[in-house]
Design a protein around this ligand. Sequence first.
Ligand SMILES: Cc1ncc(COP(=O)(O)O)c(C=O)c1O
Length: 310
Amino acid sequence: MAEVWIKRDDIQGVALAGNKLRKFDLVLGAALADGADTLITTGAAQSNSARTGAAAAAACGMDSVLVLRGDEPDVPTGNLFLDRLLGAEIRFVGDVGWRDMNRIVDEVAEELREQGRRPITAPVGCSNPLGALGFARAFLELDAQLDALGLEPSCIVHTSTSGGSHAGLLVGRAMSPRNTPVVAIDAGQLFGRDPRPKMLDLARSAAELIEVELELSVDDLDIRLDYIGDGYGITTSGSREAIELLARSEAIVTDPVYSGKGAAGLIDLLRRGAGDGGIDGGINGPVVFWHTGGYHALFDPANGVSVLES
Ligand SMILES: Cc1ncc(COP(=O)(O)O)c(C=O)c1O
Protein backbone atom coordinates (compact mmCIF):
# COMPACT_ATOMS: atom_id res chain seq x y z
CA MET A 1 0.00 0.00 0.00
CA ALA A 2 1.54 3.32 -1.05
CA GLU A 3 0.57 6.87 -0.21
CA VAL A 4 -0.19 8.86 -3.37
CA TRP A 5 -0.67 12.62 -3.31
CA ILE A 6 -2.25 14.16 -6.38
CA LYS A 7 -1.35 17.64 -7.64
CA ARG A 8 -4.63 18.74 -9.18
CA ASP A 9 -3.72 20.75 -12.27
CA ASP A 10 -6.83 19.14 -13.75
CA ILE A 11 -9.06 21.45 -11.72
CA GLN A 12 -7.39 24.84 -11.87
CA GLY A 13 -9.95 27.62 -11.85
CA VAL A 14 -9.14 29.31 -15.15
CA ALA A 15 -9.35 28.33 -18.82
CA LEU A 16 -10.91 24.94 -18.15
CA ALA A 17 -7.73 23.68 -16.51
CA GLY A 18 -4.86 21.37 -17.34
CA ASN A 19 -1.08 21.69 -17.33
CA LYS A 20 -0.92 23.99 -20.36
CA LEU A 21 -2.40 26.90 -18.46
CA ARG A 22 0.86 27.22 -16.54
CA LYS A 23 2.70 27.66 -19.83
CA PHE A 24 0.23 29.99 -21.56
CA ASP A 25 0.14 32.11 -18.41
CA LEU A 26 3.75 33.19 -19.02
CA VAL A 27 3.64 33.12 -22.82
CA LEU A 28 0.52 35.29 -23.07
CA GLY A 29 1.74 37.58 -20.28
CA ALA A 30 4.86 38.35 -22.34
CA ALA A 31 2.76 38.64 -25.52
CA LEU A 32 0.41 41.18 -23.95
CA ALA A 33 3.36 43.21 -22.73
CA ASP A 34 4.58 43.25 -26.35
CA GLY A 35 1.19 44.42 -27.66
CA ALA A 36 0.29 41.16 -29.40
CA ASP A 37 -3.35 40.77 -30.45
CA THR A 38 -3.58 37.16 -31.70
CA LEU A 39 -2.28 33.82 -30.45
CA ILE A 40 -1.51 31.18 -33.07
CA THR A 41 -0.90 27.70 -31.72
CA THR A 42 -1.20 24.11 -32.83
CA GLY A 43 -1.90 20.51 -31.87
CA ALA A 44 -3.99 17.43 -32.55
CA ALA A 45 -7.69 17.89 -33.29
CA GLN A 46 -8.42 17.11 -29.62
CA SER A 47 -5.46 19.14 -28.36
CA ASN A 48 -5.75 20.24 -24.73
CA SER A 49 -2.94 22.67 -25.36
CA ALA A 50 -4.68 24.39 -28.27
CA ARG A 51 -7.94 24.58 -26.31
CA THR A 52 -6.13 26.06 -23.31
CA GLY A 53 -4.42 28.57 -25.61
CA ALA A 54 -7.79 29.59 -27.05
CA ALA A 55 -9.27 29.92 -23.56
CA ALA A 56 -6.35 31.89 -22.16
CA ALA A 57 -6.33 34.17 -25.23
CA ALA A 58 -10.06 34.82 -24.83
CA ALA A 59 -9.56 35.67 -21.16
CA CYS A 60 -6.79 38.14 -22.16
CA GLY A 61 -8.92 39.80 -24.84
CA MET A 62 -6.83 38.32 -27.66
CA ASP A 63 -7.94 36.43 -30.76
CA SER A 64 -6.71 32.92 -31.41
CA VAL A 65 -6.02 30.81 -34.48
CA LEU A 66 -5.60 27.06 -33.97
CA VAL A 67 -3.73 25.00 -36.56
CA LEU A 68 -5.08 21.51 -35.94
CA ARG A 69 -4.00 18.19 -37.34
CA GLY A 70 -6.56 16.10 -39.22
CA ASP A 71 -9.78 16.93 -41.03
CA GLU A 72 -12.75 18.85 -39.80
CA PRO A 73 -15.32 16.44 -38.31
CA ASP A 74 -19.03 16.89 -39.00
CA VAL A 75 -19.73 17.47 -35.32
CA PRO A 76 -17.19 19.21 -33.05
CA THR A 77 -16.86 17.31 -29.77
CA GLY A 78 -14.64 17.46 -26.68
CA ASN A 79 -11.87 20.03 -26.96
CA LEU A 80 -12.93 20.94 -30.47
CA PHE A 81 -16.36 21.92 -29.25
CA LEU A 82 -14.70 24.11 -26.61
CA ASP A 83 -12.37 25.67 -29.20
CA ARG A 84 -15.42 26.78 -31.14
CA LEU A 85 -17.22 28.00 -28.04
CA LEU A 86 -14.15 30.04 -27.09
CA GLY A 87 -14.25 31.78 -30.47
CA ALA A 88 -11.03 30.38 -31.92
CA GLU A 89 -10.50 30.38 -35.68
CA ILE A 90 -9.66 26.78 -36.55
CA ARG A 91 -7.59 25.67 -39.52
CA PHE A 92 -7.41 21.93 -40.19
CA VAL A 93 -4.25 20.92 -42.02
CA GLY A 94 -4.74 17.19 -42.66
CA ASP A 95 -2.37 14.45 -41.65
CA VAL A 96 0.92 16.33 -41.32
CA GLY A 97 3.84 15.76 -38.93
CA TRP A 98 4.51 17.83 -35.80
CA ARG A 99 7.38 19.79 -37.35
CA ASP A 100 5.25 20.75 -40.33
CA MET A 101 2.54 21.97 -38.00
CA ASN A 102 4.97 24.35 -36.30
CA ARG A 103 6.03 25.51 -39.77
CA ILE A 104 2.41 26.16 -40.78
CA VAL A 105 1.97 28.19 -37.57
CA ASP A 106 4.83 30.43 -38.75
CA GLU A 107 3.20 30.79 -42.16
CA VAL A 108 -0.12 31.82 -40.59
CA ALA A 109 1.77 34.37 -38.45
CA GLU A 110 3.30 35.84 -41.61
CA GLU A 111 -0.13 36.03 -43.24
CA LEU A 112 -1.59 37.86 -40.22
CA ARG A 113 1.36 40.27 -40.06
CA GLU A 114 0.71 41.18 -43.69
CA GLN A 115 -2.85 42.05 -42.64
CA GLY A 116 -1.49 44.41 -39.99
CA ARG A 117 -2.13 42.09 -37.02
CA ARG A 118 0.36 41.47 -34.20
CA PRO A 119 0.42 37.68 -33.75
CA ILE A 120 2.47 35.59 -31.37
CA THR A 121 3.03 31.88 -31.86
CA ALA A 122 3.25 28.94 -29.48
CA PRO A 123 4.52 25.54 -30.68
CA VAL A 124 2.97 22.11 -30.09
CA GLY A 125 2.24 21.77 -26.37
CA CYS A 126 3.31 25.39 -25.79
CA SER A 127 6.67 23.78 -25.06
CA ASN A 128 9.00 26.67 -25.70
CA PRO A 129 11.51 27.83 -23.06
CA LEU A 130 9.21 30.52 -21.64
CA GLY A 131 6.26 28.12 -21.49
CA ALA A 132 8.40 25.52 -19.73
CA LEU A 133 9.20 28.07 -17.04
CA GLY A 134 5.54 27.85 -16.02
CA PHE A 135 6.47 24.43 -14.69
CA ALA A 136 9.59 25.71 -12.95
CA ARG A 137 7.22 27.98 -11.06
CA ALA A 138 4.95 24.99 -10.49
CA PHE A 139 7.76 23.01 -8.85
CA LEU A 140 8.33 25.88 -6.41
CA GLU A 141 4.60 25.96 -5.68
CA LEU A 142 4.72 22.24 -4.88
CA ASP A 143 7.84 22.82 -2.80
CA ALA A 144 5.95 25.20 -0.53
CA GLN A 145 3.01 22.80 -0.27
CA LEU A 146 5.32 19.92 0.69
CA ASP A 147 6.97 22.10 3.34
CA ALA A 148 3.55 22.98 4.74
CA LEU A 149 2.57 19.30 4.84
CA GLY A 150 5.93 18.12 6.17
CA LEU A 151 5.97 15.62 3.30
CA GLU A 152 9.02 14.19 1.49
CA PRO A 153 7.84 12.28 -1.59
CA SER A 154 10.10 9.60 -3.05
CA CYS A 155 9.36 11.02 -6.51
CA ILE A 156 7.00 13.01 -8.70
CA VAL A 157 5.31 11.17 -11.58
CA HIS A 158 3.65 13.00 -14.47
CA THR A 159 2.54 12.48 -18.07
CA SER A 160 4.79 13.90 -20.78
CA THR A 161 4.73 14.43 -24.54
CA SER A 162 6.19 17.67 -25.86
CA GLY A 163 8.44 17.95 -22.81
CA GLY A 164 7.71 21.45 -21.51
CA SER A 165 6.26 20.22 -18.24
CA HIS A 166 9.17 17.88 -17.58
CA ALA A 167 11.82 20.41 -18.60
CA GLY A 168 10.23 23.06 -16.40
CA LEU A 169 10.00 20.77 -13.39
CA LEU A 170 13.73 20.05 -13.73
CA VAL A 171 14.49 23.77 -13.78
CA GLY A 172 12.25 24.37 -10.75
CA ARG A 173 13.95 21.53 -8.92
CA ALA A 174 17.33 23.13 -9.58
CA MET A 175 16.00 26.26 -7.83
CA SER A 176 14.72 24.32 -4.84
CA PRO A 177 16.53 22.65 -1.92
CA ARG A 178 14.56 19.49 -2.77
CA ASN A 179 16.15 17.06 -5.19
CA THR A 180 13.05 14.90 -5.65
CA PRO A 181 13.32 12.55 -8.68
CA VAL A 182 10.88 13.47 -11.45
CA VAL A 183 9.60 10.57 -13.54
CA ALA A 184 7.99 11.36 -16.90
CA ILE A 185 5.55 8.86 -18.39
CA ASP A 186 5.77 9.48 -22.13
CA ALA A 187 2.37 9.37 -23.84
CA GLY A 188 3.35 10.55 -27.29
CA GLN A 189 6.87 9.58 -28.26
CA LEU A 190 7.14 12.89 -30.06
CA PHE A 191 10.93 12.74 -30.02
CA GLY A 192 11.50 9.11 -31.01
CA ARG A 193 13.14 6.39 -28.94
CA ASP A 194 15.20 8.75 -26.83
CA PRO A 195 13.42 11.99 -25.94
CA ARG A 196 16.01 12.92 -23.29
CA PRO A 197 18.35 15.09 -25.41
CA LYS A 198 15.45 17.25 -26.68
CA MET A 199 13.99 17.61 -23.20
CA LEU A 200 17.37 18.47 -21.72
CA ASP A 201 17.90 21.12 -24.44
CA LEU A 202 14.54 22.62 -23.60
CA ALA A 203 15.32 22.60 -19.87
CA ARG A 204 18.69 24.27 -20.55
CA SER A 205 17.13 26.99 -22.72
CA ALA A 206 14.45 27.64 -20.09
CA ALA A 207 17.06 27.76 -17.31
CA GLU A 208 19.16 30.22 -19.34
CA LEU A 209 16.21 32.63 -19.56
CA ILE A 210 16.29 33.08 -15.79
CA GLU A 211 20.01 32.46 -15.33
CA VAL A 212 19.67 29.25 -13.37
CA GLU A 213 22.53 26.73 -13.37
CA LEU A 214 21.35 23.35 -14.56
CA GLU A 215 23.86 20.64 -13.78
CA LEU A 216 22.21 17.73 -15.56
CA SER A 217 23.23 15.24 -18.21
CA VAL A 218 20.86 13.14 -20.33
CA ASP A 219 21.37 10.19 -17.98
CA ASP A 220 19.79 12.20 -15.16
CA LEU A 221 16.47 12.35 -17.03
CA ASP A 222 13.97 9.61 -16.19
CA ILE A 223 11.51 9.25 -19.06
CA ARG A 224 9.52 6.02 -19.28
CA LEU A 225 8.42 4.90 -22.73
CA ASP A 226 6.78 1.66 -21.62
CA TYR A 227 3.22 2.94 -21.25
CA ILE A 228 2.40 4.29 -24.73
CA GLY A 229 1.06 0.95 -25.94
CA ASP A 230 0.14 1.06 -29.63
CA GLY A 231 0.65 4.81 -29.87
CA TYR A 232 -0.42 8.34 -29.04
CA GLY A 233 -4.10 8.51 -28.17
CA ILE A 234 -4.64 4.74 -28.24
CA THR A 235 -6.11 3.37 -25.03
CA THR A 236 -4.17 0.57 -23.33
CA SER A 237 -5.44 -2.02 -20.86
CA GLY A 238 -3.33 -0.25 -18.22
CA SER A 239 -4.79 3.17 -18.94
CA ARG A 240 -8.31 1.77 -18.94
CA GLU A 241 -7.67 0.15 -15.55
CA ALA A 242 -6.16 3.38 -14.18
CA ILE A 243 -9.00 5.56 -15.48
CA GLU A 244 -11.61 3.27 -13.91
CA LEU A 245 -9.71 2.95 -10.64
CA LEU A 246 -9.29 6.70 -10.15
CA ALA A 247 -12.89 7.41 -11.20
CA ARG A 248 -14.45 4.70 -9.06
CA SER A 249 -12.29 5.02 -5.96
CA GLU A 250 -11.64 8.79 -5.82
CA ALA A 251 -14.05 10.33 -8.37
CA ILE A 252 -10.99 11.77 -10.13
CA VAL A 253 -11.30 11.83 -13.90
CA THR A 254 -8.32 11.05 -16.13
CA ASP A 255 -8.28 10.52 -19.88
CA PRO A 256 -6.98 7.85 -22.28
CA VAL A 257 -4.60 10.13 -24.21
CA TYR A 258 -2.56 11.66 -21.39
CA SER A 259 -3.30 11.46 -17.69
CA GLY A 260 -4.72 7.91 -17.88
CA LYS A 261 -1.42 6.72 -19.35
CA GLY A 262 0.49 8.62 -16.67
CA ALA A 263 -1.68 7.03 -14.00
CA ALA A 264 -1.17 3.59 -15.58
CA GLY A 265 2.59 4.17 -15.36
CA LEU A 266 2.28 5.28 -11.76
CA ILE A 267 0.28 2.19 -10.78
CA ASP A 268 2.68 -0.16 -12.53
CA LEU A 269 5.75 1.48 -10.98
CA LEU A 270 4.16 1.31 -7.54
CA ARG A 271 3.34 -2.36 -8.03
CA ARG A 272 6.90 -3.03 -9.13
CA GLY A 273 8.25 -1.01 -6.21
CA ALA A 274 6.25 -2.82 -3.57
CA GLY A 275 9.16 -4.67 -2.07
CA ASP A 276 12.55 -3.08 -1.99
CA GLY A 277 11.73 -0.78 -4.94
CA GLY A 278 14.18 1.85 -6.05
CA ILE A 279 13.60 4.47 -8.67
CA ASP A 280 15.32 2.53 -11.47
CA GLY A 281 12.74 -0.18 -11.34
CA GLY A 282 9.60 0.45 -9.38
CA ILE A 283 8.87 3.25 -6.93
CA ASN A 284 7.70 3.42 -3.35
CA GLY A 285 5.32 5.89 -1.75
CA PRO A 286 4.77 8.53 -0.71
CA VAL A 287 4.67 9.80 -4.25
CA VAL A 288 3.20 12.88 -5.93
CA PHE A 289 1.19 12.18 -9.07
CA TRP A 290 0.97 15.38 -11.08
CA HIS A 291 -2.49 15.23 -12.65
CA THR A 292 -1.99 17.24 -15.82
CA GLY A 293 -5.69 17.21 -16.80
CA GLY A 294 -7.12 16.27 -20.17
CA TYR A 295 -10.58 14.96 -19.27
CA HIS A 296 -12.16 17.11 -21.99
CA ALA A 297 -11.08 14.59 -24.62
CA LEU A 298 -13.36 12.02 -22.96
CA PHE A 299 -16.26 13.94 -24.44
CA ASP A 300 -15.03 13.07 -27.90
CA PRO A 301 -16.80 9.77 -28.67
CA ALA A 302 -13.63 8.17 -30.10
CA ASN A 303 -11.87 8.57 -26.77
CA GLY A 304 -14.78 8.11 -24.40
CA VAL A 305 -16.00 4.91 -26.02
CA SER A 306 -12.50 3.39 -25.95
CA VAL A 307 -12.53 3.73 -22.16
CA LEU A 308 -15.93 2.14 -21.66
CA GLU A 309 -15.30 -0.68 -24.13
CA SER A 310 -14.35 -3.28 -21.54
C1 LIG B 1 -3.47 16.56 -20.28
C2 LIG B 1 -2.06 16.59 -20.68
N1 LIG B 1 -1.14 16.01 -19.89
C3 LIG B 1 0.16 16.01 -20.21
C4 LIG B 1 0.62 16.60 -21.36
C5 LIG B 1 2.08 16.57 -21.66
O1 LIG B 1 2.70 17.76 -21.28
P1 LIG B 1 3.99 18.24 -22.08
O2 LIG B 1 3.54 18.53 -23.48
O3 LIG B 1 4.42 19.46 -21.36
O4 LIG B 1 4.97 17.17 -22.06
C6 LIG B 1 -0.30 17.22 -22.22
C7 LIG B 1 0.16 17.81 -23.50
O5 LIG B 1 -0.60 18.13 -24.36
C8 LIG B 1 -1.66 17.23 -21.87
O6 LIG B 1 -2.59 17.80 -22.64
